[in-house]
Design a binder for this molecule. Structure first.
Ligand code: SAH
Length: 419
């Protein structure tokens, strides 16, 4: 029997529809399954595709490279979804991608009726421009490309139907909301706003379970899609190091790391954040989980508060630093590195002898080597013996496609600090 893509009856005719031709020498990256085609790689467009429509991507010798969605307004002129001539980006392909994404989270043991889990992670699930998070019974679709925005109604239906027919999970969504990533809407020409796209409206706060801790997400109002799910496993692992320890959770947002530390037996936890809303949510979480007695929340600028506590001679057995992204563009990199240097210096000074320092960095422009060099330099300046215990990325429900490693950003490094 011929393979499907060799059966002429099943092969969509890519030579007839709109086509984007690559320049000589530019095809390899896309044969290698990179999903973003920038204008600099393109020699011409044939057949006047409308924005968001399907195009075939061809090499300069007119060989098939992949199927993508076109957008003349975006710097990502074509997003590639398929490298198989028999699988254009239409219902069958998207359903397959969604099915595979759900199956992965089931096999990781991360998707259950009441969990918080990333179901679809854009490029890493080969659906560029679509991110889907689960919070309890609700799904939050985050759209960051025009092609996905134009298909959001269908995508919501396919996601729901594929989950409903999945035998490996007891999760059944009650409702789906859609959010358009603000910064991308402008760049992609995306219109429309955040709304319920199917099912029941979520309550203002949706409860879900993260590794034994009850948490609340705000699907339509919180930061990102409501919480920071990427640190789920890191929180649990760091929590294990906190039994009978004092813990400083800086940039704590809704208390993620501190709550796990408390659950796993920390004696005292101080959480610091500049956002009053985040701290109110953190306090709420502490109460819901019966951990409030050991937890204290401080509204302050982390840099100032850490300097103040260091001057006062304070120290903690475990110090966690999980700041926001410090640099969006290369031009901001030097300043970002100065910021991390200052923070790591304060962190090392505040860690008790023999204690643990957890450094998280979600600036994609800073790679592991840069981070480790910085740790080495600050350790030497502070005349400390610094050892690396663990290096971790995001939880595996946030995978990274090997062909698109620039979408990787989160690094978490666990250090032991000795005098
Ligand atoms: N650790 C959190 C996620 C942190 S997100 C978790 O596990 O969920 C980054 C947080 O840093 C945000 O809540 C933001 O309000 C806070 N933040 C940013 N800059 C800050 C500053 N200079 N001082 C204090 N908090 C800051």
């Amino acid at each position: 029997m011929p393979l499907p893509n060799q059966d002429p009856a099943l092969r969509p005719n890519w030579s007839e529809g709109p086509r984007v031709l690559l320049l000589p020498g530019k095809s390899k990256l896309f044969y290698n399954r990179h999903p973003w085609v920038f204008p600099g790689a393109i020699s011409g467009v044939q057949g006047s595709p409308s924005d968001g429509s399907v195009v075939a991507l061809l090499s300069h010798t007119s060989k098939f490279v992949g199927w993508g969605l076109f957008n003349s307004k975006s710097k990502v002129r074509v997003r590639v979804y398929s490298w198989n001539p028999a699988e254009p980006p239409a219902e069958a392909l998207f359903r397959k991608r969604i099915r595979e994404a759900v199956a992965l989270r089931c096999s990781l043991g991360m998707l259950g009726a009441d969990t918080g889990c990333r179901l679809i992670n854009s490029e890493a699930d080969f659906i560029s421009g679509l991110t889907v998070d689960q919070y309890g019974s609700w799904l939050v679709m985050q759209i960051s490309s025009l092609g996905m925005g134009q298909r959001e109604e269908e995508l919501a239906r396919w996601i729901r139907e594929e989950i409903d027919s999945c035998p490996d999970t007891d999760f059944r969504p009650k409702g789906i909301v859609v959010r358009h990533e603000k910064s991308m809407s402008r760049l992609e020409g995306l219109e429309g706003g955040d709304r319920l796209i199917w099912g029941e409206n979520p309550p203002d706060r949706v409860e879900y379970l993260e590794e034994g801790i009850r948490l609340l997400a705000q699907p339509l109002a919180g930061q990102k899609t409501g919480a920071y799910l990427d640190q789920r496993i890191n929180r649990k692992e760091v929590g294990k190091l906190c039994k009978n320890k004092s813990v400083l959770d800086a940039f704590c947002y809704a208390g993620g790391f501190g709550l796990q530390a408390a659950r796993q037996g920390a004696t005292r936890i101080v959480g610091i954040d500049q956002s009053e809303t985040a701290l109110a949510l953190a306090q709420n979480h502490a109460e819901m989980n019966g951990l409030a007695e050991r937890m204290e929340w401080v509204r302050a600028d982390v840099f100032e508060e850490l300097a103040r506590r260091e001057e006062a001679g304070e120290s903690f057995d475990v110090v966690i630093l999980d700041p926001p992204k410090f640099a969006q563009a290369k031009s901001a990199l030097e300043e970002a590195l100065r910021g991390y240097r200052r923070l790591y210096t304060l962190g090392m000074r505040l860690t008790s002898p023999g204690g643990i320092l957890v450094l998280c960095c979600c600036t994609g422009l800073i790679n592991w080597e840069m981070l480790e060099n910085l740790v080495e330099q600050v350790g030497a300046e502070e005349r400390l013996n610094v050892r690396i215990l663990h290096k971790k990325g995001p939880s595996p429900d946030h995978p990274v496609a090997a062909s698109c490693r620039e979408s990787s950003y989160l690094k978490c490094i666990v250090l032991q600090i000795a005098r």
